[in-house]
Design a protein around this ligand. Structure first.
Ligand SMILES: [Zn+2]
Length: 111
C-alpha cells in the first residue's frame, strides 16, 4: 500500500475518532443515572428509562468502534496492515476507508 493512501486513511481515522468521542460524550451525558425523585412524572420517567437503555447500547457500540479505530490508527505502519487476517489478501482500500476497524476482506467477513 502506498504512503499517500496511508496518509489519507490516517486522516479519515482521525476525523472518525473525533466524531466518535463527541458522540460518546453526548451519550455519556444521556446515560447519567435518572434521579429517583419523580419531578418528571411516572410516564416520562418510564420513557427516560427506555431511552437510557437505548443510549447505553449505542454508547457501548461507539466505544467498541472507537477502540477498533484507535487500534487501527496505532497499527497503520505494521507490515500486515491492510491485509486480511484470514486469507492474507489485501483488503480493498475502499473498505478500509469505510470501516478501518475491519481486519477481514469482504469474502472472509461474509463467511
Ligand atoms: Zn480474506
Amino acid at each position: 500500500m502506498s504512503k499517500i493512501n496511508k496518509l489519507e486513511i490516517k486522516q479519515q481515522i482521525e476525523e472518525k475518532i473525533i466524531k466518535l468521542k463527541d458522540d460518546i460524550n453526548k451519550l455519556t451525558d444521556l446515560t447519567k443515572p435518572i434521579s429517583p425523585d419523580c419531578a418528571i412524572g411516572r410516564v416520562s420517567r418510564m420513557d427516560a428509562i427506555n431511552n437510557k437503555s437505548i443510549n447505553e447500547a449505542a454508547l457501548r457500540q461507539k466505544k467498541t468502534q472507537l477502540k477498533a479505530l484507535e487500534y487501527t490508527y496505532n497499527h497503520l505502519n505494521d507490515p500486515e496492515f491492510g491485509l486480511c487476517i484470514k486469507c492474507g489478501r489485501e483488503i480493498p482500500l475502499g473498505r478500509i476507508m469505510l470501516m478501518p476497524e475491519s481486519k477481514k476482506c469482504v469474502t472472509c467477513a461474509s463467511r
